[in-house]
Design a protein around this ligand. Structure first.
Ligand SMILES: Nc1ncnc2c1ncn2[C@@H]1O[C@H](COP(=O)(O)OP(=O)(O)OP(=O)(O)O)[C@@H](O)[C@H]1O
Ligand SMILES: CC(C)(CO)[C@@H](O)C(=O)NCCC(=O)O
Length: 551
């Protein structure tokens, strides 16, 4: 087992990730993207973030004994205070809209992810006494630069910036090398998972369709170059779609496209020729000009159905990105094009359109000799965040023993009809992605406060009064209306000879506890008495009567 770092020594230099046995938790039909790391025994950094033009992506690790291959629970072992450090765990994936940045900060704060998170038993996964100066979070994307000050102000953490392209590449390589059932092709509406021979992975083209599009030629783990890009991206679909249809969310716009008929908006070859233009290989149903029909029809914008507009826009964007990608791949002689980014949104229609376009241009240019193929990744939108996560310590995937990386056989087919709906569903509500936006923060805060309360109690009983003050303060911060937390902190302050604070907290507790004033009032009297006593004897003795059971 890896040596454990000293508490409080949290820096960017971290023990190696143990990726052996890494696997996606759900089955192939699931949207659950949680990645289980069953053999991660050493300490591990808990949060990385990718702040893009449209979306913020979080990846965080939570230890969990259920995911440990080696975990046995003989009686007594659970009492080992170091047990948490020996367990495996899982990587969780969450997104927020960049425009709702403060909700993301609330989420991180409430879960205390910036301080190492809370483990299954409700304890800090990292050092509770962590010096705030040491706390860094790996971050990538443009927002890592733009929002660094906000992180410092709200969470008192520094963002350690990692280059966006490096992170995209590192994230993709991690997924392709370590995770089974990650990559797939889309054929006739179905996903077909593919086994990628690790010795034959490079070179490939990585096309990340975010707000804008980056095309990266990847020749090796650290050998890559951004060879092209286009501003015609996910932001264009969502931005134009919003303006033209009045939709309130990306998912609503995408949903509309499913009921759309692009022929109602697009000018087809048939509209121009009245027939196929077979000499150059264009059938009459081919789109000749996206949105072109509006030029000759005497209609107002509101006469066009939002469904048709959405589909026309979706096809316009996907076909053009696919064409550009194909041409770039062809130019560099690359046979695989991996498409990532949240624009894809696990949407069957989008993937089908991209795959068909790549196939069409491959046949057009190379006939049956063509090899270029479109591939997709289940963690499509999280490449950058995963890359940032991996960068805590340049992990060197080659160090992994080959037999540790599970190889996949051809996965079961995935039915494309099921690909709509929320992208990332998780059986546990706290690990949901977009649904996190609706999370009841105050309820979580109250639960978290109880966790801090019990940690405080534990420290108090163990005589670690300063730590107890820290824990009870966190509880007060999270749930300032609960008198118990002030009462507890008051007791802890008494033990550290901070009588002014002790009395102030006891009074606050009495003030809050209107329903059953007796507890708090007794405490004030008791503390007033203790204060006098201790001033005389100078002994930090406080009776454990204040350490009552958890609320
Ligand atoms: N809930 C959503 N809200 C907004 N956009 C969404 C949503 N779901 C999917 N998208 C699509 O995903 C795109 C953003 O993808 P992604 O998160 O990969 O890029 P980004 O990091 O925000 O952008 P960039 O890398 O260009 O800064 C949006 O432009 C939109 O097309
Ligand atoms: C600016 C970035 C890299 C930010 O992620 C992305 O949005 C992008 O690649 N846009 C396309 C820019 C261009 O090459 O025209």
């Amino acid at each position: 087992m890896a040596d454990l770092p000293n508490e409080g020594e949290r820096s960017s230099s971290r023990p190696q990730f143990d990726l052996s046995g890494a696997a996606i938790r759900g089955n192939l039909e699931d949207k659950d993207l949680t990645i289980v790391l069953p053999n991660q025994f050493g300490d591990i950094s808990h949060l990385a973030i990718d702040i893009g033009g449209s979306l913020i992506k979080l990846v965080y690790f939570v230890r969990d004994k259920n995911y440990s291959l080696h975990y046995q629970s003989p009686k007594g072992r659970l009492e080992d205070p170091n047990i948490d450090r020996m367990l495996g765990g899982a990587l969780h994936f969450v997104t927020f809209e960049t425009g709702k940045f403060s909700e993301c900060l609330d989420f991180i704060y409430t879960k205390q992810l910036h301080r190492g998170g809370i483990n299954q038993r409700g304890c800090y996964s990292a050092a509770p006494s962590l010096s705030k100066d040491n706390v860094i979070i790996k971050a990538t994307g443009g927002g890592a630069h733009k929002y660094a000050d906000d992180f410092m102000k709200r969470l008192e953490v520094s963002l350690e910036k990692e280059d966006e392209m490096e992170c995209l590449v590192a994230g993709a390589i991690f997924l392709l090398k370590a995770i089974r059932d990650e990559a797939f092709v889309h054929v006739k509406g179905k996903k077909e998972f593919v086994q990628i021979n690790q010795n034959d992975l490079f070179p490939y083209l990585l096309v990340n369709i975010g707000s804008g599009v980056s095309m990266i030629k990847v020749d090796g783990e650290t050998k890559f170059k951004r060879v092209s890009g286009t501003s015609l991206g996910g932001g264009t679909y969502w931005g134009l779609g919003k303006l033209l249809t009045g939709c309130n969310s990306f998912d609503e716009l995408l949903e509309l496209s499913q009921q759309g008929d692009n022929k109602a908006v697009d000018m087809l070859v048939g509209d121009i020729y009245g027939m196929d233009y077979s000499k150059i290989g264009l059938s009459k149903s081919t789109t000749a000009s996206s949105f072109g029909k509006a030029t000759f029809e005497n209609k107002k914008p509101e006469d066009y159905r939002p469904e048709d507009i959405s589909l026309s826009l979706l096809l316009m964007i996907t076909y053009n990105i696919a064409l550009l990608s194909y041409l770039v791949a062809q130019h560099f002689g690359l046979k695989r094009i991996f498409f990532g980014g949240f624009f894809i949104r696990d949407n069957a229609y989008t993937m089908e359109a991209i795959s068909n376009a790549v196939r069409y241009w491959r046949n057009f240019f190379c006939g049956s000799n063509g090899q270029a193929e479109a591939l997709f990744l289940r963690h499509e939108g999280f490449l950058g965040a995963l890359g940032a996560f991996m960068s805590y310590k340049k992990h060197g995937l080659d160090d992994l023993m080959a037999e540790h990386v599970e190889k996949i056989t051809m996965g079961e087919l995935y039915l494309a009809e099921n690909t709509h709906g929320p992208l990332l569903e998780d059986s546990r509500p706290e690990a949901n992605t977009l649904s996190c936006l609706n999370i009841e923060i105050s309820q979580i805060a109250s639960e978290m406060a109880k966790v801090f309360l019990s940690e405080g109690n534990r420290s108090f009983v163990a005589g670690r009064y300063k730590d107890a003050v820290g824990f009870f303060s966190e509880a007060v911060h999270l749930d300032p209306a609960n008198y118990i937390f002030y009462l507890k902190r008051s007791a802890a302050y008494a033990c550290t000879n901070q009588y002014e604070y002790c009395l102030a907290d006891a009074k606050k507790a009495a003030e809050l506890e209107l329903a059953t004033p007796s507890d708090a009032q007794v405490a004030v009297i008791q503390l007033d008495h203790d204060k006098g006593h201790r001033k005389k004897s100078n002994q930090p003795e406080v009776e454990n009567q204040f350490v009552v059971d958890d609320v």
